[in-house]
Design a protein around this ligand. Structure first.
Ligand code: PEP
Ligand code: MN
Length: 337
């Protein structure tokens, strides 16, 4: 159920409704828009249906949200959400580029990649310290040591940090080092992990599961918002289809589809979405043209030596060329980089 308030609703009217909702044993979630305030009510709605809510001062209308996802829906918040990552805004006019290696390998190499992607215009450094690998014998990541390197590179470059957290037990540790907590595609259905990052104060980048529908993707985001964390960024990273010419099928439909359904920012990961470095430029430009609010791109100075995902990592100089092209595409669609 959402309670839409009149543009001239007073604070005491809003407080009165919030009080009433709480007394009924339900949870009010307040969304303050530019024009008006909306109160989303979470819980058993039947008790609310019998209340004459429309008679309350300040209320314009009361509407059920028929979709299973509520707080992430456009009905709940008609304006685009902007997620503020320690000063870098994701979801506004500026398209935010996040780049870096698949895995954090060592400090020197991370610092060099950081300096390089920053000089090309990236604002966020990516790099995994905890790696979800298909094989238990593959490199699993440097763990906390890798997180320390990320934080040190942040200090030296000013780049913000996005890194994956795979386990509920590590959320407290990862949030000490990261600016954005990444939930990997394989954990999109890990509801305990979603609840845990939902309780965090740090923004979350939620990747779409490899076989998840957009509705399931939004339901996972709902777990994060309903636990209190509205700073959620969605990431389309390719889905599994019958097509085997690429590692995954990058579903760029998802960008405008999600934008219609939800107020949350959407970023695209063309590295995992294609699995091939030479396809990254075309799909990055297409993602920007489709309305993505950011890109997550793997960059490595020596892809053949990368500990993971070398085949889908761009050389720094190729990334630099791509950034120049992306600026033009962004301008053509009324955005900036
Ligand atoms: C990654 O970003 O390195 C990663 C493992 O991504 P995904 O969860 O999308 O496979
Ligand atoms: Mn990777």
């Amino acid at each position: 159920m959402i309670i839409v308030l009149r543009p001239d609703a007073k604070k005491k009217d809003i407080d009165h409704i919030i009080d009433k909702v709480k007394k009924l044993g339900l949870t009010p979630m307040v969304s303050k828009g530019v024009e008006r305030t909306i109160i989303g009510v979470i819980g058993e709605e039947d008790v609310l249906r019998v209340q004459p809510l429309e008679a309350y001062p300040g209320v314009e209308k009361v509407m059920p949200i028929l979709k299973p996802y509520k707080l992430v829906s456009r009905e709940f918040k008609p304006e685009d959400s902007i997620v503020n990552v320690d000063g870098v805004k994701i979801g506004g006019k500026r398209i935010v580029i996040m780049a870096g290696p698949c895995s954090v390998e060592n400090f020197e190499s991370l610092l060099n990649i950081g300096k390089s992607v920053k000089s090309s215009g990236a604002l966020v450094l990516r790099g995994g310290a905890f790696k979800p690998r298909s094989s238990p014998y593959s490199f699993q990541g440097l763990g906390e040591e890798g997180l320390k390197y990320l934080k040190d590179v942040k200090k030296k470059t000013g780049l913000k940090i996005v890194t994956e957290v795979m386990d509920t037990r590590d959320v407290g540790m990862v949030e000490k080092y990261a600016d954005i907590l990444q939930i990997g595609a394989r954990n999109m259905h890990n509801f305990n992990l979603l609840k845990e990052v939902g309780l965090s104060k740090k923004p979350v980048l939620l990747k779409r599961g490899i076989s998840a529908t957009i509705k399931e993707f939004l339901m996972s985001a709902e777990y994060i918002l309903s636990n209190g964390n509205f700073n959620c960024i969605l990431c389309e990273r390719g889905i599994r289809t019958f097509e085997d010419a690429t590692r995954f099928t990058l579903d760029l439909n998802a960008v405008p589809v999600i934008k219609k359904m939800s107020h949350l920012p959407v970023v695209v990961d063309p590295s995992h979405g294609t699995g091939k470095w030479d396809l990254i430029p075309a799909m990055s430009k297409a993602a920007v043209a489709a309305g993505a609010d950011g890109l997550l791109i793997e960059v490595h100075p020596s892809p053949e030596d990368a500990y993971s995902d070398g085949e889908q990592s761009l050389l720094p100089e190729k990334f630099d060329c791509l950034m120049k092209e992306l600026k033009l595409v962004a301008e053509a669609v009324g955005r900036e980089i």
